[in-house]
Design a protein around this ligand. Structure first.
Ligand SMILES: [Zn+2]
Length: 192
């Protein structure tokens, strides 16, 4: 196949050279409310990749991104934390054949880390893309949690913009006895 970024022949959807030079994950943290959010890229750095969401090529792109970020992160985290963890993706809805968020959480499967696929779903399928803060506040996603009570969890989503979605997800999980340690997102789209 060809590298999605540079179009050179490659074994992977993102060739090693592009991975090593263009898309280098850098861990950044920010806090929204009481939730710490860890991200790996600035949104602008991976915007072209994230736009493949819901498209056929997005399946491979999100899988590659998960391998570059979520895999090493959980491996390292588990070296120092031996708790049993639930990995909970935000609204793992299947669209055009796959859930891009489920590709991220699936990559975090580890002996003591168990993805609870599709356990936190939004009743309201509203898209926040390009919408104002006011609009987001007035149209909550209305999450419903179907997973077990009393677990420690890492919350996972692809992008953090305002953090409203993650905070709403955190609130619903708390109400269901889930202890959210922190959230992980691929990219932070905060305007600076
Ligand atoms: Zn390339």
């Amino acid at each position: 196949m060809r590298c999605f970024s540079c179009t050179k022949l490659s074994l992977n959807i993102l060739c090693q050279k592009c991975q090593d030079t263009l898309f280098i994950p850098t861990v950044t943290k920010r806090t929204v409310g009481t939730l710490e959010v860890v991200s790996f890229f600035s949104y602008s750095a991976v915007e072209s990749l994230l736009h493949t969401k819901h498209k056929p090529e997005g399946y491979r792109i999100y899988k590659a991104l998960a391998k570059m970020t979520m895999c090493p992160f959980i491996e390292k985290f588990m070296e120092t934390d031996d708790r049993r963890l639930a990995i909970i993706g935000v609204d793992e809805r299947i669209k055009n054949g796959y859930s891009h968020v489920a590709l991220l959480t699936h990559a975090m499967k580890y002996p003591n880390a168990v993805p609870l696929h599709a356990s936190l779903m939004a009743k309201n399928g509203v898209s926040y893309s390009g919408k104002s803060l006011q609009y987001r506040l007035e149209h909550p996603r209305e999450f419903v949690y179907h997973g077990p009570w009393g677990v420690d969890a890492i919350l996972v989503d692809d992008i953090i913009t305002t953090g409203i979605t993650l905070q709403e997800a955190q609130k619903v999980l708390l109400e269901n006895g889930v202890n959210v340690l922190f959230a992980l997102t691929l990219a932070d789209a905060q305007e600076k």
